[in-house]
Design a protein around this ligand. Structure first.
Ligand SMILES: C[S@@+](CC[C@H](N)C(=O)[O-])C[C@H]1O[C@@H](n2cnc3c(N)ncnc32)[C@H](O)[C@@H]1O
Length: 314
């Protein structure tokens, strides 16, 4: 479905890792984002570079700016995107810094910006930072390890009421009160150090008959903590506010989100922002075929909006 840029006939470790993360909705992203060849594009969440590779092949931009928070991920993507090294500039930083990075290079009028927000399978499976409740890893959850606060800090230091608020606001967890109470009781004996410890504790806080059938009982808790550690909703709000002004008239902003909290923000901003017109009235979702090949695509929602032409002066 997608080509791997490494041409060697002997797959390396990075080849294998690049295959771990299959980008979602690639056809849909490129067909909605590529409005003609040339121009400047931005990938605000480079990940392992799957979408950027597709954009380089199909949109054939003159320049591409790629942002990624996680250093190891960025280096793997750089390797993958080597064939386009003269056209791509990489930034180890948040997509919230896109406007200032463009401004400092005096770059105006971007043709297409993509944000594919959330976690990559690489971070879950390879980073060792406790993103998964299925592993015993230090409870870290920072996508950018230069940030100071970890999930361990939140779980062991926040007052019970604040923990509960995080679980409600970022996880929509109906057992937030009990989970926060169990966490505070447990940490009185010893700090909670690993993802496995937290996952077991959350499972024990929710009465067994209320465990979701298809999800691990700690899924919402892990989502909530990850969002809080990385300030994901604040970052998305900041991007929705600043990125439309970076686009050229007719330029497009495409955002793929993976849970309803994010999708709600994107939907509202695309409806209300006078700089934008919606290209997708409803979110684009993955086909059954894609979901079967890549289960992560199940919850992906793509919305695209276009910068409107400035009204001509009277
Ligand atoms: C779902 S993956 C992107 C996958 C990518 N589209 C691909 O095809 O490989 C999301 C990536 O965005 C990064 N990320 C999340 N929030 C970010 C932010 N605020 N700034 C920069 N990168 C971010 C994560 O580290 C992760 O690697």
């Amino acid at each position: 479905m997608w080509t791997n840029s490494a041409n060697s006939s002997h797959p390396s470790r990075s080849d294998a890792l690049l295959r771990v993360h299959v980008p979602v909705l690639v056809e849909e992203v490129t067909s909605l984002l590529c409005t003609g060849s040339g121009g400047t594009f931005v990938d605000g969440t480079l990940g392992l570079g799957g979408h950027t590779e597709a954009i380089m092949e199909r949109c054939v931009p003159d320049h591409m700016f790629c942002f990624e928070w996680d250093r190891a991920t960025l280096e793997l993507a750089r390797e993958r995107l080597h064939p386009w090294k003269d056209k791509i500039e990489f930034f180890h930083g948040s997509f919230t810094t896109i406007p200032e990075a463009l401004e400092s290079r005096n770059i105006k009028g971007i043709r297409g910006i993509l944000l594919d927000i959330g976690l990559s399978s690489f971070l879950i499976e390879e980073s060792g930072r406790g993103f998964s409740f299925q592993r015993k890893e230090p409870l870290d959850m920072r996508m950018d390890t230069r940030r100071s606060t970890t999930a361990r800090d939140l779980v062991n230091e926040l007052p019970q009421e604040q923990l509960k608020e995080i679980l409600i606001n970022y996880g929509e967890e109906r057992w937030a009160h009990r989970i926060a109470q169990f966490i505070v009781e447990r940490r009185r004996q010893a700090p909670i150090e690993t993802s496995a410890e937290l996952a077991d504790l959350v499972a024990s806080a929710i009465p067994r008959r209320f465990h979701p059938r298809r999800l691990h009982p700690a899924t919402r808790t892990f989502q909530a903590l990850r969002i809080a550690v990385n300030q994901e909703l604040e970052n998305l709000k900041s991007a929705l506010d600043s990125l439309p002004s970076c686009l050229e008239p007719g330029g497009r902003l495409a955002i793929i989100s993976f849970h309803s909290l994010e999708d709600r923000l994107v939907k509202r901003a695309f409806m209300d922002d006078p700089r934008l017109k919606r290209i997708t009235k409803r979110p684009v979702t993955a086909s059954q075929e894609e979901i079967e090949a890549n289960p992560r695509a199940r919850s992906a929602k793509l919305r695209v909006a276009e910068r409107i032409w400035a009204p001509s002066p009277e």
